[in-house]
Design a protein around this ligand. Structure first.
Ligand code: ACK
Length: 994
């Protein structure tokens, strides 16, 4: 190998092409070059001193890119001091400068004969200057930055070859203060090739963080960070002022605060871009734009909201993300239950809620009258808003439930109710609003109370009164009942008078005595409420009033004696009248006096047993009006009674409207006893006056046939009526009927009358579904009833309806009537099912005695079943009183929602009946449970064998099919078929609203 250092340099240069990077170098973005020797295509023009020192050499890299290098290799000579100075380098804004050197340096050991002179380092120096000083150059002005040494001059390969290593050294200089500077390289005898020199400073480069843009920032020379405020990118707003810190190393640190894209814009690649069509963004934020909700659109980019399609709306307060909605359709299935002058309206939810949940209902009341057009009969309807005093319960508008009770309507009047479902957008689309209408005609109602009573004339023993007809008579006033009593006697004994007109004179009063009086009006619908209590005083005894002081004592004695005599006579008259049940003196004025001896409860009229009359026919004429047979027209036979036919017909009394009546006849050939028994019913019925007790119109006893005439009940007896209309009534309607029966029974028990044969067959139903208790007899109560059976003690008793103590020892009381009421309740809820089905009477007595009770009828509300069980308490004092039953049913009517909870059968004995000792209220849950409850185990098993596949098949099951599978008892057959149908319809339509 040639040992000449120059030739060595040549080798060095050849090797350069191997060490220079093959591809253009990309510098980090936070480094800003002030000088890059490699970037220079031509001569660098640096100053070399002395001239035989540093030498500029051109070369190419492997891509033939020209590069400029400097080399020096005066290793043979002593005292070398070769300088190479760069051109003036402007500092720009940098305070701290970095110098990156790439060089090769020969190992002195690799050069023979140079020991002692050869060096392996060179010096790096700089000089600050505000401007370019040209070639002027003074060594001593330069400051040394560092002595640069190669970390390894050569690298030995595994094969023993030595390859030249390129060294890279970086040095920092600063802080700089002048506008520019020079760098210088001092060689003191090394063999070095300076391949590249790069001078740069560091900066924090422009960046966007959190949608805020931060500019290029040059750090300070000191250790402290530079705080930089960012500015929000286009279409965004500051949420919190954005800030970042620029470090001395040119790095961004600690981003704080951020910007948010404006409504209609979303963040995409650190910018805020408009929402695309079909999308919207209504708020400030960096969330994505959302797709338009159903029934809305956004045709343009950058939408803040989506517009609603035609006929769809957005209510105030609806969020932009909510679908556009529309008014609901009309409510469905409006049902009205009229009760005299009030009506309960029920309906189902609209089929289409318009996509909203904020549904409420508004009920509009209109009074409609047919108006004859030009005298023709086919007139049009004229409707006007209802009077403001019509009451809506709970209210007329903003109803959340699907029912309302409307009260205080006029009697016998047509009303139309428009029920509208409304939601949050109904007010925005008045033309789209729909309602369901129902037209009703109110029934008769009892008259309103007599409000004003006037005293016309007073004497010592009489007073004349007059009053005004009630404000709302609600029909023709038949008469007024005037009840009065001495104030001091506190209603323990009172007198009742009846008057046709609006005035009366009360005679036979005590002088100088205060009396209290109440008046109530009666129409065909019954009595109205009593007037407020009216007080009057009779005049003082005139003899007493004119007496002088001196004769006072004598007068007092005389008047006391007279008063005592008068009182005795009066008392005698009253008692004798009562005991002898004297007849009315005046056709228009019937006087009833109820003294202490006959009162069960203070102030309440008592039922008088016609048996206590020596001559029962006298009782008939005491309590029943004799009718002239010529006033009665018989139309047809409607049924058969114990004593003869029951017919329907008409009764026309002089100066009265013709009315429909039922006529019970006594067939010819009767015995005296039969006649008495037949007429005893009228004697009993005639004592009652209540809307839920069948009303007696009168009797025909003076001609033949003997007849009892009562009001006509269009729907006949309740048991057959229910069987005819199986499953056709709402819960409220059934409870309304039951309430009527309970109210009638309360009246009877208050009167001290025990019915003994309360059963659905003995309840009559009129065209308005009003139920009235009927069938009042004495011995015939039990003789007449085909259900009655002889007991061991010889009496005839309707076993299935009768309380155990009445069967066992004939203990008939209002509590035993309550037991029977429980059975009626069961009959009503099962639509006329026969209690205990086909069990024998003996089995019924035994089962009831052992504590078993009837199971709840299908779909029976739990509260009603509980009421049945309460009525069937063994201990009669624990059974509810009729007053309590009425109030329980009233509560149910006020709160119909409670009827929706049906009793649930959880455990059921193998027996038909339920063990009363179990505390749980059972109910019918599943079809299987129910079948178990009906003692249809055999048919349940048979059904499982039939392998029906769907409810459709079930629903098509007929009584014939049931017979085939062994269900032969008619009651269960019918129930199973109707229940299968109900189940099918339930599965198809969902639950029917109660
Ligand atoms: O179920 P129904 O049609 O109703 O058959 C019986 C039949 O007479 C024997 O009692 C009917 N009935 C009894 N009283 C009346 C009445 N006041 N109005 C209408 N039908 C009556 C009963």
């Amino acid at each position: 190998m040639d040992c000449n250092p120059r030739s060595l340099l040549f080798v060095l240069l050849l090797l350069l092409s191997c060490v220079i990077p093959a591809f253009p170098v990309f510098y980090p973005p936070n480094e800003v070059n002030l000088l890059d020797s490699k970037a220079s295509q031509g001569e660098l023009g640096w100053i070399s001193y002395p001239s035989h020192g540093w030498e500029e050499i051109s070369g190419v890299d492997e891509h033939y890119t020209p590069i400029r290098t400097f080399q020096v290799c005066n290793v043979m000579d002593y005292s070398q001091n070769n300088w190479l100075r760069t051109n003036w380098i402007p500092r720009q804004s940098a305070q701290k400068i970095y110098v990156e050197l790439k060089f090769t340096l020969r190992d002195c050991n690799s050069i023979p004969l140079v020991l002692g002179t050869c060096k392996e380092t060179f010096n790096l120096l700089y000089l600050e200057a505000d401007d370019d000083q040209g070639s002027h150059f003074q060594e001593h002005q330069f400051s040394k930055i560092d002595t640069i040494a190669a970390d390894e001059s050569f690298t030995q390969t595994d094969l023993g070859d030595r390859i030249l290593k390129l060294n890279t050294e970086v040095r920092e200089v600063g802080p700089m203060t002048k506008k520019g500077f020079y760098l210088a390289f001092q060689d003191v005898g090394a063999c070095v090739a300076l391949v590249s020199v790069r001078v740069y400073f560091k900066k924090c480069p422009h960046t966007v963080r959190n949608l805020a843009s931060f500019p290029d920032t040059v750090p300070m020379d000191s250790q402290s960070l530079v705080e930089v405020k960012g500015s929000c990118v286009n279409h965004s707003k500051e949420e919190e002022p954005p800030r970042m810190y620029c470090s001395t190393e040119g790095e961004w640190l600690v981003p704080i605060g951020k910007c948010l894209c404006n409504p209609g814009y979303e963040e995409r690649s650190s910018t805020c871009q408009t929402c695309r069509a079909g999308f919207y963004k209504s708020t400030l934020g960096n969330m994505e734009c959302s797709k338009c909700p159903p029934h809305s659109f956004a045709h343009h980019e950058g939408s803040l909201h989506c517009g609603c399609e035609k006929n769809y709306f957005r209510a105030e307060g609806d969020p932009a993300s909510m679908a556009c909605t529309r008014p609901p359709s009309a409510p469905r299935n409006v049902i009205s239950s009229i009760n005299e002058t009030s009506v309960i309206l029920e309906w189902s939810w609209p089929e289409d809620t318009g996509g909203r949940r904020d549904i409420t209902f508004t009920v509009l009341c209109k009074r409609c009258r047919a108006v004859a057009a030009n005298g023709s009969s086919s007139g049009t309807q004229r409707c006007e808003p209802c009077r403001s005093n019509v009451r809506f319960l709970p209210r007329a508008m903003g109803l959340h439930n699907t029912t309302v009770t409307v009260g205080d309507l006029l009697a016998h009047t047509n009303y139309t109710f428009e029920i509208e479902a409304q939601n949050g957008v109904s007010s925005l689309a008045p033309k789209m609003r729909q309602y369901a209408a129902v037209t009703i005609t109110t029934n008769q109602a009892a008259p309103s109370p007599v409000a004003v009573i006037k005293k016309e004339k007073t004497t010592r023993s009489s007073v004349s009164l007059s009053w005004q007809e009630p404000e709302r008579p609600n029909g023709i006033i038949l008469d007024y009942e005037i009840k009065y009593y001495e104030k001091e006697e506190q209603e323990t004994s009172y007198t009742i008078l009846r008057a046709r007109g609006c005035n009366v004179t009360l005679n036979g009063l005590k002088p100088n005595t205060a009396y209290l009086l109440q008046i109530r009006a009666r129409t065909a619908a019954g009595y109205g409420a009593s007037s407020p209590t009216f007080q009057f005083e009779t005049s003082p005894d005139s003899a007493f009033s004119i007496s002088s002081e001196s004769s006072q004592v004598v007068l007092i004695a005389i008047s006391s004696a007279v008063a005592i005599i008068l009182l005795t006579v009066l008392l005698y008259v009253l008692i004798s009248r009562f005991c002898c049940r004297s007849k009315s003196k005046h056709p228009d004025e019937k006087r009833l006096h109820f003294g202490n001896g006959h009162l069960r409860l203070p102030g309440i009229r008592t039922y008088v047993d016609p048996h206590t009359y020596e001559d029962p026919s006298q009782a008939v004429h005491e309590f029943a009006k004799e009718l002239d047979a010529s006033c009665i027209a018989i139309d047809k036979v409607v049924g058969a009674g114990e004593f003869g036919e029951v017919c329907s017909g008409r009764l026309k009394l002089p100066s009265k409207k013709e009315i429909c009546v039922a006529i019970k006849t006594l067939k010819g050939g009767y015995t005296d006893k039969q006649r008495r028994d037949f007429l005893s019913e009228a004697s009993i019925m005639g004592q009652f006056d209540h809307p839920n007790i069948i009303r007696l119109e009168g009797v025909v006893t003076r001609s033949k046939p003997v007849m009892i005439v009562t009001e006509y009940m269009e729907n006949g007896s309740l048991d057959s009526f229910l069987r005819k209309h199986d499953a056709q009534f709402t819960g409220i309607q059934l409870v309304g009927m039951l309430r009527g029966i309970a109210s009638g029974m309360k009246y009877l028990s208050d009167m001290g009358y025990v019915h003994r044969d309360l059963a659905a067959r003995n309840i009559l139903v009129n065209s308005n579904l009003v139920c009235k208790v009927s069938d009042f007899g004495l011995s015939r109560v039990l003789e007449d009833d085909p259900e009655a059976a002889y007991t061991t003690r010889g009496g005839k008793i309707p076993i299935r309806w009768t309380a155990p103590e009445a069967i066992a020892y004939r203990k008939f009381t209002s509590a035993s009537d309550a037991w029977s009421y429980g059975i009626v309740l069961w009959e009503v809820m099962s639509y006329g099912e026969r209690p205990y089905w086909e069990m024998s009477n003996q089995d019924v007595i035994k089962a009831v005695d052992e504590g078993y009770r009837l199971p709840p009828p299908m779909d029976c509300p739990a509260t009603l079943y509980q009421l049945m069980l309460d009525c069937w308490q063994k201990e009669r004092n624990n059974r509810p009183k009729f007053e309590q039953i009425v109030s329980i049913l009233d509560k149910l009517i006020r709160n119909p929602g409670s009827l929706k909870i049906t009793a649930n059968t959880t455990s059921r004995p193998a027996n038909l009946l339920l063990d009363r000792s179990s505390s749980e209220v059972p109910s019918v849950g599943t079809m299987g449970d129910w079948m178990d409850g009906m003692r249809t185990l055999p048919c349940k098993e048979a059904f499982s064998g039939v392998s029906y596949s769907s409810c459709d098949t079930l629903a098509k099951t007929s009584t014939e099919d049931l017979k085939k599978v062994g269900v032969t008892i008619v009651g269960p057959q019918k129930k199973i078929v109707s229940s299968l149908k109900a189940l099918d319809s339930h599965n198809k339509n969902g639950p029917v609203p109660v």
